[in-house]
Design a protein around this ligand. Structure first.
Ligand SMILES: NC(=O)c1ccc[n+]([C@@H]2O[C@H](COP(=O)([O-])OP(=O)(O)OC[C@H]3O[C@@H](n4cnc5c(N)ncnc54)[C@H](OP(=O)(O)O)[C@@H]3O)[C@@H](O)[C@H]2O)c1
Length: 296
């Protein structure tokens, strides 16, 4: 059996077409959704994520502005920028690109973002709302994973989803989303981490397996059961002398071997990644719609 390849690029393109129409409707009411991005330093991965966010915004008609700071900018300056963005009505949502340089407290910055403008959904108030099932901006990668599953015909409802990884940006919020008693969720969820004894025992039980560990080939074909749906969130750089940049991107799963056993699988790149950026645009549009009274 050769698995269906779940192409995040195609699903993301579809969602963006829907968002274009929603942005158009807002513009007819005189509202242009605005997204702010704060980038501190020049970490190559962060620069490439920020570029993708700006490109995606332009594509669907959102106003986007990136505020660049050198890596040695004092924390106080970044907090001041957050304060300005909190108060500026041009921006329906904004984010501070992570990771931040070590001298800046990520928690302090995130806690200072107004929860209503928290485009990444990382503020503790929104984390609490997510857990309680209340409306809030959803963390982009977990939201993207859910949309990818539902829109590809693999709704997690009633399924056993095994999430490998418990970070605050992927694993934990994804588990919180999946357990909600809601359409497109309502799954039975197991969360695995480095404290899990006998990881394959759990992964073999998955109807849907999500790998978010940041370890190349952490999940191999013998760790899943025939017919499992695999979502690979991992993005890892591995050296490749044949590549122009000297490296290539791989996920956390042994894609080639697993695609012969899985029912469906996401590639890396071109799987979850494009969905993450698209869900950020979704959060911005939803925030603008809420401000305009079009959403509750
Ligand atoms: N495609 C996208 O849009 C997107 C977005 C975000 C992240 N990512 C990628 O997704 C991956 C995970 O990101 P993250 O920020 O969640 O990473 P993270 O903060 O490093 O968390 C990794 C998690 O995986 C667990 N883990 C690591 N090795 C493990 C092992 N051998 N067995 C079991 N659990 C293990 C860790 O367990 P402990 O908690 O016990 O340490 C931790 O909970 C990275 O490759 C990242 O680049 C992709």
């Amino acid at each position: 059996m050769s698995a269906k390849i779940i192409k995040g690029i195609e699903v993301a393109a579809l969602v963006r077409e829907e968002l274009k129409i929603r942005v158009q409707k807002l513009k007819e009411k005189g509202i242009t959704p605005g997204l702010g991005v704060v980038l501190v330093g020049e970490d190559p991965a962060s620069v490439s994520y920020v570029t993708a966010k700006a490109k995606g915004s332009a594509e669907i008609g959102i106003f986007e502005q990136t505020i660049n700071f050198p890596a040695d900018t004092p924390e106080e300056e970044v907090l001041k920028a957050v304060d300005r963005l909190n108060k500026d009505p041009k921006f329906n949502g904004f984010l501070v690109q992570l990771p931040l340089p070590k001298h800046i407290s990520t928690d302090k910055i995130i806690n200072f973002i107004s929860p209503e403008k928290d485009a990444d959904g990382f503020h503790p108030v929104n984390v609490g709302k997510l857990l309680r099932g209340e409306p809030c901006p959803l963390p982009c990668t977990p939201y993207g994973v859910l949309q990818l599953l539902v829109r590809s015909g693999y709704s997690p409802e009633g399924k056993h989803v095994v999430v490998c990884g418990r970070s605050n940006i992927v694993g934990k919020p994804l588990a919180a989303l999946l357990i909600q008693k809601k359409k497109g969720a309502n799954a039975t969820v197991t969360v695995c981490h480095t404290g899990t004894k006998d990881l394959p025992y759990f992964t073999k039980q998955a109807d849907i397996l999500v790998a978010a560990m940041g370890v190349p080939k952490a999940i191999t074909a013998d760790m899943i059961r025939e017919g499992c749906v695999v979502i690979d969130v991992g993005v890892n750089r591995v050296p490749d002398p044949t590549a122009t940049k000297g490296f290539r991107l791989v996920g956390d799963c042994d894609f080639e071997a697993m695609k012969e056993k899985a029912e469906a699988i996401t590639p890396v790149p071109g799987g979850v990644g494009p969905m993450t950026v698209t869900m950020l645009l979704m959060n911005t549009v939803e925030s603008a719609e809420r401000t305009a009274g079009l959403l509750k």
